[in-house]
Design a protein around this ligand. Structure first.
Ligand SMILES: O=C(O)c1ccc(O)c(O)c1
Ligand SMILES: [Mg+2]
Length: 606
């Protein structure tokens, strides 16, 4: 279907917004009135600019507080006001005006009067070749639901009057969208799509500040869009997103994020299927960019890793234990995901993740269809093609197979290094990878991992840091063999420490902690207060509590099972976590993250 975006969703001047929308491949725009009023371009120039960019102007909006004021004077003035807007629209070449339900205290609760007024407006619009789309604002004075707006449109019964459905207003009020199917498709004049995180707050504030693109929040926007299409709606899918972060972010980048969201929506609804996602089946490797491998050698050896290989063409070492593989890359060009604040530039940074993928070529096709930058294809020494795309934060994602029978393996690129097998610590694989996102790319990143890799996302969590609040959101595949935890530091220039880490899985955290302590590995200390609170919260057996306290192991429990975990000291801005999941525990010990962050602050700054 045609795709549009409201100019309010993008940052910049009207002309910058149009350029960004066209650059991302949108077919049209909704012009938000304030953007036009503030523009130095006159309507004819805007019309020309849009046309030059290949954009149609699909809607002009909003026209406010029109209907159901009982005063004839007010009606006259409103109709005169509308005539002025029709004139602007004619200059713009726009033929659809959005009228949102009145919030005026003077409006009365009278559907017949509202219908009469809208009929009069539509009749005047018709003479200009203009149509009216009436939309229920969730906070409208008397009309706040889509079915009520539709009843009034039906009552008014004018060919130039239809309704505008906006997924935010419908889903934020928990209205049942099923009723959309009852509306004749040709009377749905416009469809605005926006998602939002599920937060309990005043609906107007929620709408004006926290909307996001479909797939980034908690609403079933795709389901709603499907209902409208089934009802016969054939206009554009249009994104209308009021969001404080997008208002400041780079418009071109936001527009691409927006387009990815619509493509993913069309895919998931079957409107325009894309190559199916190839959900990765685990982590093949995690690659750290390091200026100097030395500080990590001791840590990896203490953790029971052996240096098994050296890349035949690049300064990259392979360290292994069980199915856990860590690459250390000292090439100056590595390190794309080094936090943009510049903090810790010298320290290790997660630069790439190898994803165990049944069909790497299909993975890339999916990623490309969702506008992920595809990185130049590399060939391994063994002639195995290595396909990679860039995640929004610059982390390289490699689609690969590790020692699958009958397939080339990336490990053939590594020449074996003679080594004494390290004394293992019982680490079997990588449990999860925690990536810190730039604060203004967080929603983009969560949509990326969900849509490109087909991961499912947990709810966002807020985690208190001594110097701010982190948002955190985990993504995983169905069996938990791939887990990526995204977090965001409070803001640019904040004193929070943007840390990244790799969590390693073990079947016995107590044994692993004991062995690491015996080897003198530097582990993160946990305050005694934590164990007093743990006793109060979970009442572990006294012997277990004593062991956890002695070894500095943290504990959590959910409805499925238990979680025991501990951390190494940080190297630069990087650390390892060792985790033991039992009984299908699904989380990440979020409750303990506050204690961890506080301990790391004193650890890092000391
Ligand atoms: O927040 C508003 O006022 C507003 C205006 C126009 C819309 O289409 C909308 O969904 C909200
Ligand atoms: Mg709207």
């Amino acid at each position: 279907m045609r795709k549009s975006i409201a100019t309010v969703s993008l940052s910049g001047s009207l002309s910058e917004k149009l350029t960004a929308a066209a650059g991302a491949g949108f077919d049209g725009v909704e012009i938000f009135e304030n953007d036009l009023i503030a523009s130095p371009l006159n309507p004819e120039e805007v019309r020309r600019r849009a046309a030059d960019l290949g954009l149609t102007i699909d809607l002009y909006q909003p026209f406010r507080d029109f209907e159901a004021d009982p005063s004839d004077d007010v009606l006259d003035r409103n109709l005169r006001r509308a005539e002025r807007k029709f004139a602007v629209m004619e200059r713009l070449g726009a033929d659809l005006l959005l009228v949102c339900s009145s919030v005026s205290p003077a409006a009365i609760d009278d559907d017949a009067l509202a219908a009469e007024h809208l009929h009069a407006l539509a009749e005047r619009a018709r003479r200009h070749g203009i149509r009216i789309a009436y939309e229920a604002l969730a906070w409208g004075r008397h009309v706040s639901t889509y079915d009520h707006a539709w009843r009034i449109v039906e009552l008014a019964d004018h060919p130039a009057l239809g309704t505008c459905l906006d997924s935010f207003h419908i889903l934020s009020r928990d209205s049942d969208p099923k009723g959309i199917e009852e509306i004749p498709g040709e009377k749905i004049f416009f469809l605005q799509l926006a998602d939002a995180p599920r937060i309990a707050m005043d609906v107007l504030q929620w709408s004006r500040h926290y909307r996001c693109f479909p797939g980034q929040g908690g609403f079933d926007v795709a389901g709603l869009a499907s209902l409208a299409v089934h009802a016969g709606y054939a206009g554009p899918l249009s994104l209308e997103v009021f969001n404080d972060v997008f208002r400041q972010a780079d418009a071109s980048r936001t527009a691409v994020d927006a387009m990815r969201s619509l493509r993913a929506l069309e895919d998931s609804t079957g409107l325009a299927p894309l190559p199916a996602p190839v959900v990765p089946a685990g982590v093949a490797f995690a690659e750290l960019a390091v200026a100097d491998t030395e500080p990590l050698h001791g840590m990896l050896a203490a953790l029971g890793f052996s240096r098994t290989g050296r890349h035949s063409a690049k300064p990259v070492e392979l360290w292994e234990q069980g199915e856990a593989r860590v690459l250390l890359n000292t090439a100056p060009s590595a390190g794309h995901s080094v936090p943009s604040s510049g903090a810790g530039r010298e320290g290790p940074a997660l630069a790439a993740i190898g994803l165990e993928t049944a069909d790497p070529t299909a993975s890339v096709r999916r990623a490309e269809a969702l506008l992920a930058p595809v990185l130049p294809r590399r060939r391994t020494a063994g002639e195995a093609p290595l396909d990679a795309v860039a995640a929004p934060d610059g982390t390289e994602l490699f689609f690969c197979r590790t020692r699958w029978p009958g397939h080339a393996t990336w490990t053939d690129d590594f020449e074996p290094v003679p080594h004494e097998p390290a004394e293992p610590v019982g680490i079997s694989r990588i449990d999860h990878i925690a990536l810190t996102q730039p604060w203004h790319h967080f929603d983009e990143a969560s949509l990326f991992y969900r849509s490109v890799l087909g991961l499912h996302a947990d709810e966002s969590l807020d985690i208190a840091d001594p110097y701010g609040l982190f948002r955190s959101r985990a993504m995983a595949n169905a069996d938990g063999s791939l887990r990526i935890a995204l977090s965001v530091a409070p803001g640019p220039g904040d004193p929070g420490v943007p840390l990244q880490h790799i969590a390693l899985a073990t079947d016995d955290a107590v044994a692993a902690a004991r062995r690491l302590r015996e080897r003198g590995a530097a582990l993160l200390p946990v305050p005694a207060n934590y164990y007093d609170d743990l006793d109060a919260r979970h009442e572990p057996a006294p012997a277990e509590l004593a062991t956890l306290r002695e070894l500095g192991i943290l504990y959590d429990r959910d409805e499925y099972g238990e979680f025991r975990h501990f951390y190494t000291a940080t190297v630069g801005r990087f650390f390892f976590e060792i985790v033991q999941r039992t009984g299908g525990y699904r989380g990440y010990g979020a409750h303990n993250a506050t204690v961890r962050l506080a301990a790391q602050h004193s650890n890092v700054t000391r």
